[in-house]
Design a protein around this ligand. Sequence first.
Ligand SMILES: C[S@@+](CC[C@H](N)C(=O)[O-])C[C@H]1O[C@@H](n2cnc3c(N)ncnc32)[C@H](O)[C@@H]1O
Length: 311
Amino acid sequence: MRKELSAIVGGIRPVDEETSFIGAKSANETHHYVERDRLVTLKALQNAIYPVLEKYLNRNNCHSVLEVGCGTGFFSRWLAPQWLQGQLVSLEINPAALKEASKLFPNGNLLWASVYRLPVGNEKLDAIIGLSSFDSLLFLTKALKEAHRSLKPGGKIILFQDLSTELYYENGEDKSSIGANFASIERYHKDLITDLEERNFHILEGNENCLEAIAVESVEDIESRVDADIPRRNYPIFVGCDRGYSFPVLSKTNMKESGYKKSDIEEWLDTTSLDKIEGTFRSQLSFVEQEAGAGEVIEWVRIRYLVAESI
Ligand SMILES: C[S@@+](CC[C@H](N)C(=O)[O-])C[C@H]1O[C@@H](n2cnc3c(N)ncnc32)[C@H](O)[C@@H]1O
């Protein structure tokens, strides 16, 4: 499949009406801070998505996987497991993003094309993956029709969705706050399910639940992939977010989930008169029952996902 796709790289020129909100923006405008934030919680993100990929893709018999809307390539470069990277072709409509992706990921299999006209024959793909991309499409139904055409019967569409992403989905309403975006993501998700069912997909997973995962890493390990200094503390640091949005660690004050490992910090709390711990009110602190110590970061993420099968 890769040969088929690479043979026409650049051969499809997306037309104006196919470009999305981001098509006109420079990739750098949004890319770097999103990537930095996500890199803080990379292990937790991987812990969330790996089981889904393992469950629905047969790593020994999965030769043609297309990522739609790769942007600057975060999924293919960082998030995808090694076994998948070799099978993956990543497609993007925005040339600026693609240029950035090819700079950052010279070995990636990148393709300039639109999801509305996939450069793939009928029933060729084992899977289509999207990370926060199908919500950006102006014509979701058209994209799903095209996905169905190009997937083999039994082929999977696997979509992961940052919850704190700014949603530009057509039917989204108020975009003024993260809470409103969250609501509209839920709305998008419902529409997506209806649309998929109408296009002959069978929903396998993700109707209701979000993916949640935790990872514990040392500050040094995180710093080895993130170009920023993370503060050292004599207790575990918690970074909880929908996509790693709360960098610098603990700067998000309204996170109810913000907390530390109980046994490590209770004693310390008894000896301090501070009302706020790292920007979080004492009364709002909740504890994660997770083994971690000083110099370690507890990463927590929650993302929406959906897996459907082409029938
Ligand atoms: C929110 S960004 C996500 C990018 C990347 N997946 C990530 O998570 O970093 C959505 C991406 O979908 C791309 N996109 C929008 N419409 C598209 C289309 N018709 N065909 C292919 N990609 C499209 C946008 O250009 C953008 O890069």
